[in-house]
Design a protein around this ligand. Structure first.
Ligand code: ADP
Ligand code: MG
Ligand code: MG
Length: 255
C-alpha cells in the first residue's frame, strides 16, 4: 500500500498584489485503492493543491508537509515525483511540439521504470490501451497536445494513466469539456486502473457529474484554501442539491 499524506499545507502565489496565501492548512490522506473527491467553489484552491502536489514552480509552500510513504515529496523534482508513483494530470496540459504521443509515452514510461520497455510489448500495450479508450490509432502519431480537442486531451491523460501505472493519481477537472459519451469512456479508464492496479485517486471537480461514473469513497469540500467539510458519497449528493452557498455564506469578506 502507498500513502500520500498532506499535513497542514500552506501555499502562496505571487500576484500583482504581492504574496497571496491560497492554501491555508490543508490536511488529506490518500491510500492506494481509495478514491477521494475534492469539490468546492471556483477559486477555492483546488487546482493550487494539484499544482503543488505536482511541483509547479509558481506555488510556494510556506508551511506543512507532503509525503509519499514517509518520503518528502516537496524535496523531489517533478520527475522524481512521477518515479515515486504520483500521476498528475493538469487542468491545462502543455503542447510538446515535435514529440509524438507514442514517443512521449515511451519516454515517460522509461523515466518511471528506469528502463525502456521493449518495442514489441510497448506497441502492443499502447494499442490495447488506446483501443480501451476507443481512440483512433492515428492518434499515436500526433504531436502531444498539438491541436488536441478538449476530449482528446482528457483521453490522452487517461491513456497515460493506463500505461504508466502510478500508485496515486491526481485528476484535476477531468470532466471539464467532455460530452457524456467521452465522460463515460474516460471514467471507465480510471475505473479500470482502480481495479487492475489498485490506483488511489484524488479527483478534483467543481461538479458532481463525474462522480456518477467514478464513485468516491470520501468527499472533501474545499473552501477558501481549507477543507471545510468531509464525508462519504452522500456529501456529493447533498452538494448536488444544495450547491456551495451554505459554505460561502459564512466566508468573511476579502480584506
Ligand atoms: P480552483 O481550482 O478551486 O478554482 P485555484 O487553485 O485555481 O482554485 O485558485 C485559487 C485562488 O488562487 C484564486 O483566487 C486564483 O485567482 C488564485 N491563483 C491560483 N493560481 C494563481 C496564479 N498562478 N497566479 C495568481 N493567482 C493564482
Ligand atoms: Mg477554477
Ligand atoms: Mg481549478
Amino acid at each position: 500500500m502507498t500513502v500520500l499524506e498532506i499535513r497542514d499545507l500552506h501555499v502562496t502565489v505571487e500576484t500583482e498584489a504581492g504574496t497571496t496565501p491560497i492554501l491555508n492548512g490543508v490536511d488529506l490522506t490518500i491510500r492506494t485503492g481509495e478514491t477521494h473527491a475534492i469539490m468546492g467553489p471556483n477559486g477555492s484552491g483546488k487546482s493550487t493543491l494539484a499544482y503543488t502536489i505536482a511541483g509547479h514552480p509558481k506555488y510556494t509552500v510556506t508551511g506543512g508537509t507532503i509525503t509519499l510513504d514517509g518520503e518528502d515529496v516537496l524535496a523531489m523534482s517533478v520527475d522524481e515525483r512521477a518515479r515515486a508513483g504520483l500521476f498528475l494530470a493538469m487542468q491545462y496540459p502543455v503542447e510538446i511540439p515535435g514529440v509524438t504521443v507514442t514517443n512521449f509515452l515511451r519516454t515517460a514510461k522509461t523515466a518511471i521504470d528506469g528502463e525502456a520497455p521493449s518495442i514489441r510489448t510497448w506497441t502492443k500495450d499502447v494499442k490495447g490501451a488506446m483501443k480501451n479508450l476507443r481512440m483512433d490509432p492515428k492518434f499515436a502519431a500526433r504531436n502531444v497536445n498539438e491541436g488536441f480537442s478538449g476530449g482528446e486531451k482528457k483521453r490522452h491523460e487517461i491513456l497515460q494513466l493506463e500505461l504508466l501505472k502510478p500508485a496515486i493519481a491526481v485528476l484535476d477537472e477531468t470532466d471539464s469539456g467532455l460530452d457524456v459519451d467521452a465522460l463515460k469512456i474516460v471514467s471507465e479508464g480510471v475505473n479500470r486502473a482502480k481495479t487492475e492496479t489498485d490506483l488511489g485517486v484524488l479527483l478534483i471537480t467543481h461538479y458532481t457529474r463525474i462522480l456518477k461514473y467514478i464513485k468516491p469513497d470520501f468527499v472533501h469540500v474545499m473552501v477558501a484554501g481549507r477543507i471545510a467539510e468531509e464525508g462519504g458519497p452522500e456529501l456529493a449528493e447533498r452538494l448536488e442539491d444544495e450547491g456551495y452557498d451554505r459554505f460561502l455564506a459564512g466566508e468573511p469578506e476579502p480584506a
